[in-house]
Design a protein around this ligand. Structure first.
Ligand code: SF4
Length: 326
């Protein structure tokens, strides 16, 4: 059975159930790298320019981990997932970056996804990808359909059960019946904004989400809210979107500010151009509405103690405002 390597990084958190279904339907097996650790981060950093953003360095580290454990590596170039909305340039060049810095990687399956160029273009790219496993176009189309269904179930589960992406993927692999980790006492509701690959990589963010839960916070992340609501809130705040992650960050921020939360935490990575623009829109709106807003900027050198101190101070301040006993 052909083994397809899937780095546990970047778009893994959004699309893994869909990708796995697609490859399984074509008779392949997926091999996923482990959760990020220091060795993975260091190996990725050693191959990339220092100014490269942290998630891409981590991605390269995952590719290097998988290099001798699979027959091919899935590295899609996701240009646009619809309309005239485009991804950050790092995603567009990801297969080329990977080839250049990780030459020991096995064959790279570099599906280009650009839905702004229409469904026909997308199908052509999917057939080219499926052709690595079978020349049977009907089988490839059926695999695509099954993958779409798996994606819908995955997304629906995160919304209805208020699960994070990691919990939903874990729940799926254990065949259901796992609920979201409950906070110790949920007296505060905090929206956490950021790219899924920042919020769900515990090594990158120093266990931000689980730490907040143990501090008695009910967390809300973008995957727990229906996409239509995020899109509508984003349009109300900035009008026409341009970036892929605008609904996750601006839309989620706008939605939570309208709905009412006790505070907002944004987790972004140092040097990310799109984040610097998107986060400032939400921060500005939060200030207008007098909603506490904490911005965390993460890089390889971010200190865990520093993050904990800032979280504690932020939550203490909100509790005092609400006159909740600490
Ligand atoms: S959006 Fe930002 S964090 Fe994500 S890949 Fe692009 S530069 Fe890196």
């Amino acid at each position: 059975m052909v083994k397809v390597g899937i780095p546990r990084s970047l778009l893994y958190y959004q699309y893994y159930p869909m990708w796995r279904k697609f490859f399984e339907e074509l008779g392949a097996e997926t091999v996923v790298s482990p959760v990020t650790n220091e060795a993975i981060l260091l190996s990725g950093s050693s191959r990339t320019a220092s100014e490269t953003c942290l998630p891409v360095k981590i991605f390269v580290g995952h590719v290097l981990y998988l290099a001798n454990k699979c027959d091919c590596m899935f590295v899609p170039a996701v240009r646009s997932t619809g309309g005239k909305i485009y991804n950050c340039s790092k995603f567009l060049g990801l297969p080329d970056i990977t080839r250049a810095v990780a030459p020991e990687s096995p064959v790279i399956l570099d599906l280009e996804i650009d839905l702004s160029r229409g469904q026909g273009n997308f199908l052509k790219a999917v057939y080219a990808l499926g052709n690595h496993f079978t020349p049977d176009r009907k089988r490839i189309k059926a695999a695509l359909e099954e993958a779409r269904k798996a994606n819908l179930v995955y997304r629906e589960r995160m919304v209805s059960l208020k699960l994070t992406a990691v919990e939903a993927i874990g729940e799926e692999s254990r065949n259901g019946n796992v609920e979201a980790e409950a906070p110790l006492s949920s007296c505060l509701t905090i929206a956490v904004l950021g790219h899924p690959y920042v919020l769900h990589d515990d090594h990158l963010n120093h266990r931000l989400l689980s730490r907040l839960r143990t501090m008695g916070v009910e967390i809300l992340t973008a995957e727990m809210v229906e996409q239509e609501k995020l899109n509508a809130a984003m349009v109300r705040l900035v009008g026409k979107p341009h970036w892929t992650f605008e609904s996750d960050i601006i839309g989620m921020g706008g939605y939570c500010l309208e709905k009412g939360v006790d505070g907002i935490i944004s987790a972004s990575v140092f040097g990310c151009g799109p984040d610097s623009m998107m986060v400032s829109v939400v921060r500005h709106r939060a200030r207008e509405l007098d909603v506490p807003f904490l911005s965390l900027s993460l890089d390889e050198h971010a200190s865990e103690v520093g993050i904990v101190t800032r979280l504690e101070a932020f939550l203490d301040m909100i509790r005092r405002r609400k006159r909740i006993c600490v």
